[in-house]
Design a protein around this ligand. Structure first.
Ligand SMILES: *Cc1c(COP(=O)(O)O)cnc(C)c1O
Length: 434
């Protein structure tokens, strides 16, 4: 017996429609879905009038009407037409192959559900609250600083224990699952933040499927253009749309996609009760920005690869981590599940903490390209120092285990030309060593 009421139905559909050999969407199909057929207006409304008493009753029962999703047009915390448009687009970008396969099989029921949230953390907390009860356990890889701290708070407050382990070591995940029968899910990001280690989604999915527990993948670092975890066997996919999907650092938002019954009967309840609903304006903005996702991300990846190659040759740089560099320990694995290498680079500067701080201050200047800022995925490049910034809350010994050293620096590469960025990095690194 599975630990989840929705499991058996999902696994049947996952095998039929979701998991497949091809690792990513056809580029033209992807672009057509991203562009869509016209943005909706911004429904700047909190409540929607019903057509009749019967209409109101049916909406509260979660009945959908002429293409609307369940619970549409009641009250914006439960759903808003502008946000529902974005839901549809993100759903198509991650799941078009599932839609096509299900249609071919004349499937009547939806396979995957999607919710847009007011932040990436909103999507993460909704998913994990819907999944875990007190006393349950979770496996978690090296993840976003707030995901990490959320789980540490839950352990103290609700007795939900998280096994923070190196999930890129599939054997270790297997052993941890064998030894801990209360584990109800495996949660990963790939590439991991900020160490850019690559989790083997297919291998982890095979493993979690045996244990009848979901594999949850935070796909923020890749965006659906580079990586589509459902194809590889993931059960739940999360995005912080704040990053590549928005792409311009103009709003904070998230997306949660998962098995239909899980979404409808478990996640939706927390979504509406926690109140992680986005504003219609932010949904509209993201629906517009996602239209050119692939063009942006492709060029960001090209720029990042150039910069990674430059840094790898630099005499003042001791280590460069970029998934599509042959020196990356998971190069083969990355090639098997990612369309391109991504636009995130981590590297270690010789000279330790002091040199890292000097480099940060170089990029804090207004006459240098790149901003000294956290976040990622923007057309503007960002540079930051995880040990003192994004991952400062992670306990010291955990940071060491994860490989977040004092000299580790993370860059999110944007759309400034790579030559400009390389020249600035070279100047900044040299100044940091003066
Ligand atoms: C930013 C980020 C989050 C959190 O998203 P917010 O939109 O800031 O709430 C989660 N996961 C990853 C990988 C992120 O980069």
């Amino acid at each position: 017996m599975s630990k989840f009421a929705w499991w058996d139905k999902w696994i049947e559909k996952k095998k039929k429609y979701a998991k497949c050999d091809s690792i990513f969407a056809d580029e033209d199909v992807f672009n057509a879905k991203a562009v869509g057929t016209g943005l909706p207006p911004i429904y700047q409304k909190s409540t929607f009038n019903f057509q009749s008493a019967e209409d109101g009753k049916l909406r509260f029962l979660g009945k959908s009407k002429s293409g609307e999703r369940p619970y549409a047009r009641i009250y914006t915390r439960l759903g808003n037409p502008t946000t529902e448009y974005l839901e549809k687009v993100i759903f198509q970008l991650e799941c078009q192959h599932i839609i096509d396969n299900a249609l071919d099989a004349d499937e009547k029921e939806p396979t995957i559900g999607v919710l847009i949230t007011s932040s990436g953390m909103g999507a993460i907390s909704t998913a994990l609250m819907a999944l875990l009860d007190s006393g349950d356990e979770l496996i978690c890889g090296t993840v976003y600083g707030c995901t990490d701290s959320l789980l540490r708070h839950w352990e103290k407050k609700y007795g939900i224990k998280t096994h923070f382990i190196d999930t890129t070591d599939t054997e270790l995940v297997k052993k941890t699952l064998e030894e801990n029968p209360k584990i109800k899910g495996v949660y990963v990001e790939t590439p991991e933040n900020p160490t850019l280690k690559v989790n083997d989604i297919r291998a982890l999915a095979d493993l979690t499927e045996k244990y009848e527990i979901p594999l949850i993948v935070d796909n923020t670092f890749c965006s659906p253009y580079i990586q589509q975890p459902f194809r590889l066997g993931a059960d739940i996919v999360i995005h912080s749309t704040t990053k590549y999907i928005n792409g311009h650092s103009t709003s904070v938002g998230g997306a949660l996609l998962g098995p239909w019954e899980f979404m409808l009967n478990y996640a939706f309840g927390f979504y509406k009760d926690l109140g992680v609903t986005p504003s219609p304006f932010d949904s509209w903005l993201n629906a517009q920005n996602v239209q050119d996702l692939s063009v942006r991300v492709k060029q960001q990846c090209i720029n990042a690869f150039e910069i990674a190659k430059f840094l790898e040759k630099h005499e003042l740089v001791s280590k460069v981590i970029y998934p599509f560099l042959e020196s990356h320990p998971h190069y083969e694995r990355a090639k098997k599940q990612m369309r391109m290498g991504g636009a995130m680079i981590s590297f270690e500067l010789k000279g330790g903490y002091d040199a890292a701080v000097k480099l940060m201050n170089y990029f804090a200047r207004h006459d240098t390209p790149m901003e000294l800022a956290v976040s990622l995925g923007s057309v503007i490049s960002y540079i930051q120092h995880p040990a003192s910034m994004t991952h400062s809350e992670v306990p010291k010994e955990e940071k060491e285990r994860m490989g977040i050293t004092e000299e580790l620096i993370r860059i999110s590469v944007g759309l400034e030309g790579s030559r400009i960025l390389i020249e600035a990095l070279d100047e900044g690194i040299k100044l940091a060593h003066k």
